[in-house]
Design a protein around this ligand. Sequence first.
Ligand SMILES: Cc1cc2nc3c(=O)[nH]c(=O)nc-3n(C[C@H](O)[C@H](O)[C@H](O)COP(=O)(O)OP(=O)(O)OC[C@H]3O[C@@H](n4cnc5c(N)ncnc54)[C@H](O)[C@@H]3O)c2cc1C
Length: 426
Amino acid sequence: MRTVVIGGGICGLAVAHRLARAGVEVTLLEASDQLGGLGTFFPWRDRWVERFYHCVMPTDENLLPLLGELGLRDDVCWERTSMGMIVDGTHYPFNSALDLLRFTALGVVDRVRFGVISVLLRRLGKGKDLDNLRTEDWLRGLYGDKVWENLFAPLFGSKFGAAFGDVPALYLWQRLGRERNVAVRGYPAGGYKSIIDALRASIESHGGTVRTSAAVRVLRDGEVELDGETIRADRIVSTLPLPALRQVADGELAPLLPSVNLRYQGVVNALFVLRKPLSGHYWTPVLRSGTEFDGVVEMSPLTGPVDGRHLAYVMRYTGRDSSLFAEDESAIAARWTDQLRSLHPGADVEEVHVFRAPFVEPVYPVGYLASRPEVEVAGTSLLLATTAHVYPSVTSWNSSVGLANRVSETILRTAASMSPDGEPVP
Ligand SMILES: Cc1cc2nc3c(=O)[nH]c(=O)nc-3n(C[C@H](O)[C@H](O)[C@H](O)COP(=O)(O)OP(=O)(O)OC[C@H]3O[C@@H](n4cnc5c(N)ncnc54)[C@H](O)[C@@H]3O)c2cc1C
């Protein structure tokens, strides 16, 4: 059975790895000249640095076993990291009950309420139909209007834009299960590139083919067209975000694709190379403090300094049609450097690199479990493995690997019921 996998992000790589190991003839096609998708990297000094901040969580129950298979699990360095918060220009640590008591961005009563409800939140959500409940309705009801308006709306809204209140409460509930303020986080010793390289090596050593600079221009049932080349396959797995998939699907296939019309948030993200660390917190949301970016991720608490420098990412999730997304990189770099210095007057900036990605977070509507597309596109040889399929899990390498496992199992089940010439076994 010949399988083509479209997209060389973590999902496509993990599908191709699973299939190649199981003896399936697999070809992976990646449009860009690099594998890794949102986990890609750029050359910096004598090493590679991720364009977008990434870390591993101890709860990554799909990713960690994959790293084990690749011989990389023991290379993950774990650190206990902390969280800060900047609200109206004031810096707060945000990790303990004492921090909360001193968190003057909320009144005393709201601080206590925030603490009590937050401890109980996971339990309060159990058994509730959170998929059909708007996040705003759930959190306003539990925490009250002030906490919603002053904290949650700007905090989580930064990821989904104005629509955050409409996202199902289930997404937030799942996210709280994955992330904590004081959290042990992991980072692979060789960076994310070491995982991508190991996946490529595994695919190729099992007889699979990995091609970069191989953009699929047209997708038909059982056939992909690249520049000047057509490849036929018994099964095709697309890991492209749904809007990108619709752009390449031909007139016959397009009507068979899932009709769900998801909006996606993209991201604009700047990496600052600093001579001194900023706050020592891994993650600091920035609320109403005169910046266009919504948060700062400092890598030094997790990875230590790199070549004597401290790497810090700042990010703004935004639609790919926004003016910020289209803006010149040097203009963003200059403005965001001033804004970072307004938060951290001592920020000693050496370099700034701006990166963006158009499809990062699907903005799930309430009741999405009922409209979430199936992995198999009925009546075709096509399977879909996209971030639109991982809900209610949080979009992450872990959930993409879990989805890749599911999709490859589906293919292997079909392969087992086919004769060597591709005909179904009666
Ligand atoms: C700022 C940021 C921070 C993040 N932080 C974390 C984190 O800390 N931990 C974590 O686990 N996850 C994190 N994530 C999420 C994680 O990166 C994604 O969920 C994951 O990488 C999605 O993988 P994917 O393979 O589904 O999609 P993608 O990585 O988007 O891969 C899709 C691939 O398809 C390729 N492609 C597109 N069109 C074509 C075509 N026509 N032909 C061939 N190929 C094509 C693209 O070039 C791309 O390589 C973060 C993401 C961002 C943006």
